[in-house]
Design a protein around this ligand. Structure first.
Ligand code: ADP
Length: 631
């Protein structure tokens, strides 16, 4: 039989597994049992939906066998089994979809085994304890059986075998013991018993093992003899059917990790039951990290669906709204039809009701967390806040009312997170709008000239650090009747009556000069005017109604939109209290021919401060140099 090579990524992972110094090697058993349980789910489902493949529920089992002499641990299930193709595709390749990303992470992480779990590579963890693995399998829909054998790095061999029973048998040939590692422990009854209790107690199929029991010797009173008998090691009560108060955090954590392929404990557990028109139990989790592929196509959102404890579907995405797609978990309902398929799922009235109820529950769970566990919520928001924002502007803002109170922004109050409600609640009475400033970092935003005046007024400013924030405010338009307003917008309307009057006078006094400056800039700007928002800086650029400066920047960086050249309508504002303004006045009076250059330089400076590109850097540099050379 030809030896086939593992794909590059698989090979790297295998090496990692084989040479693993990971201390928690025992989890391999959890991973293999979890795979067996999934396979049994699939077989059970087939049996219930296809008369030709009926199987008795009691024949759906997982059996564990140890052979001390051969140093073998065997995990056998009567599940759906694998075809030759399945063996090739499922066990010959890992990290099917995320392989490029996976390699990147591996390179970064070197010996960091923690990343392995994220990639759904459970099966390979068996190589942490085995020097050779044989998988023998027959698929329920095929009459041929195949084996897959591998000693790790050299590759694997697939051959046809004789195996009349449907299902999969995995034989692990354990590694030799070393000074630091006792692999033989996995051949001990008590070790296996403990591991099953610890990690797989909830598995809804019996996990059986032949155990040795001492019974009274019928022929010789007072003595005992050892007999062997099959024992079911797990309680088989699905975790979600147990009462909440009887479940330890650790059980939830183990369940989550084995079922949803995470190496880390979940951040939150949402477990509840609903009785009524549509009764169901939900056991859902919020991961404690953003999955590496969360924002990529290959991330598959959705909840597992059970009916009366019978598995129906994996990743039923119609049960979860997009904005909550980070939730992992399962739903078990007594009222659903077993024959429900992915296609029916979309139209099914009961499924729609179910989805509505689940959405409501997650929503109120998050609201409670925000209210009562602020620190946890902020951590959650760092992981998945982007997705909530996406939920706001998706579908033309259909869900904005529901989601607007779940989002957080950094603000000028020490850069801390604030909700829109908190912002509005604490704003001074005379403040007219919700002010925001855009930038890529808090430091960058805090340097913006236009912020000073607003700060002096005692107004808080939201920091839009994410490109999507402006879309979000655009969809919301206002919150509690307060408009969102960029600090770069033309009509900030910050002044009181006296200030307005003063500005008007200054404008009149300098009208000719301002007009000349506008002329010099041509249609680069709509207007040159006196500013009331500047304190320490000479000039700034603001945007008229329509496209904002941030939007222009965003478009300029986006290759899809760059060609369109969408631009904000700009206004150049000058600070009348800055010494530069006095200089401008004297230049205008005494050397009017130089005003054009001064204007041009100031305009370009304002663009640079704003982070916008200038159209002719060479000309700009020349003008500055000339000015420096002047007496
Ligand atoms: P995951 O379980 O995260 O998909 P694994 O590497 O553990 O990743 O398994 C890869 C695939 O191999 C599984 O998705 C499943 O299709 C198949 N598989 C593994 N073990 C079994 C088994 N005992 N019976 C049937 N299929 C199995």
């Amino acid at each position: 039989m030809p030896v086939k090579q593992f794909k590059a990524e698989s090979k790297r992972l295998l090496e990692l597994m084989i040479n693993s110094i990971y201390t928690n090697k025992e989890i391999f058993l959890r991973e293999l049992i979890s795979n067996a349980s999934d396979a049994l789910d699939k077989r059970h489902y087939l049996s219930l939906t296809d008369k030709e493949h009926t199987v008795d529920r009691k024949d759906l089992t997982i059996t564990l066998t140890q052979d001390k002499e051969k140093r073998q641990l065997i995990i056998e299930d009567t599940g759906i089994g694998m075809t030759e193709e399945d063996l090739e595709n499922n066990l010959g390749t890992i990290a099917k979809s995320g392989s490029a990303e996976f390699r990147k992470q591996l390179e970064k992480a070197e010996d960091n085994i923690d990343i392995i779990g994220q990639f759904g590579v459970g099966f390979y963890s068996a190589f942490m304890v085995s020097k050779r693995i044989v998988v023998e399998s027959r698929n329920a829909l095929s009459d041929k059986a195949y084996s897959w054998t591998s000693s790790g790095e050299e590759g694997y061999v697939i051959s046809e075998i004789d195996k009349p029973e449907i299902g999969t048998r995995i034989t692990l040939e354990l590694k030799d013991d070393t000074e630091d590692e006792n692999y033989s422990t996995y051949l001990e009854e008590y070790t296996i018993r403990n591991l099953v209790k610890k990690y797989s107690d909830y598995v809804r199929y019996p996990i059986q093992m032949e155990v040795t029991k001492s019974i009274p010797d019928p022929t010789d009173e007072g003595k005992t003899i050892d007999t062997k008998e099959m024992e079911t090691l797990n309680s088989m009560i699905p975790l979600w059917k147990k009462s909440k108060s009887s479940i330890k955090d650790e059980e939830y954590n183990e369940f989550y990790k084995s079922k949803f392929n995470d190496w880390e404990d979940p951040q939150k557990v949402i477990h509840y039951s609903v009785e009524g028109n549509l009764s169901y139990t939900a056991l859902m989790f919020i991961p404690s990290k953003t999955p590496y592929n969360f924002y990529y196509q290959d991330f598959e959102p959705g909840l597992q669906l059970y009916s009366k404890g019978v598995y129906i579907l994996d990743k039923a995405k119609d049960l979860l709204p997009d904005e909550f797609r980070f939730v992992q978990g399962l739903i078990d309902s007594d009222d659903l039809n077993l024959n429900i398929s992915r296609e029916i799922l979309q139209q099914d009235r009961q499924v729609k009701m179910l989805a509505k109820s689940i959405t409501k529950k997650i929503q109120s769970y998050l609201e409670d967390m925000l209210k009562n566990e602020r620190e946890d919520y902020e951590k959650f928001f760092d992981n998945f806040g982007l997705n909530l924002k996406y939920g706001i502007y998706k579908d033309y803002g259909m869900n904005k009312d529901r989601l607007q109170d779940l989002i957080l922004f950094r603000s000028s109050k020490e850069g801390k997170y604030v909700t829109l409600n908190e912002y509005v609640e604490r704003m001074p009475e005379e403040q007219k709008a919700i002010y925001y400033a855009c930038g890529t970092s808090i430091e960058e935003i805090e340097k913006l000239p236009v912020l000073k005046k607003i700060h002096e007024k005692g107004y808080e400013v939201l920091y839009f650090l994410d490109e999507r924030d402006e879309f979000v405010s655009g969809i919301l338009q206002n919150y509690k009747e307060k408009q969102f307003q960029s600090v770069n917008k033309a009509d900030l309307d910050l002044d009181n009556e006296d200030e307005k009057k003063e500005k008007e006078e200054k404008t009149q006094e300098n009208k000719d000069m301002l007009d000349k400056m506008k002329e010099a800039l041509g249609n680069q700007v709509k207007e040159v005017r006196i500013s009331s928002r500047l304190t320490d800086d000479p000039v700034c650029i603001v945007a008229d109604e329509g496209v904002s400066l941030e939007m222009e920047k965003y478009m300029a960086n986006d290759p899809m939109n760059r060609m369109n050249g969408i631009k904000a309508t700009k206004i150049l504002e000058i600070n009348p209290d800055h010494p530069i303004f006095a200089k401008l006045q004297s230049v205008y009076k005494e050397e009017p021919e130089k005003l054009d250059d001064y204007t041009d330089i100031l305009y370009n400076q304002a663009l640079l401060i704003q982070g916008l590109p200038i159209s002719d850097p060479v000309a700009y540099a020349k003008k500055i140099a000339n000015m420096m050379l002047e007496k």
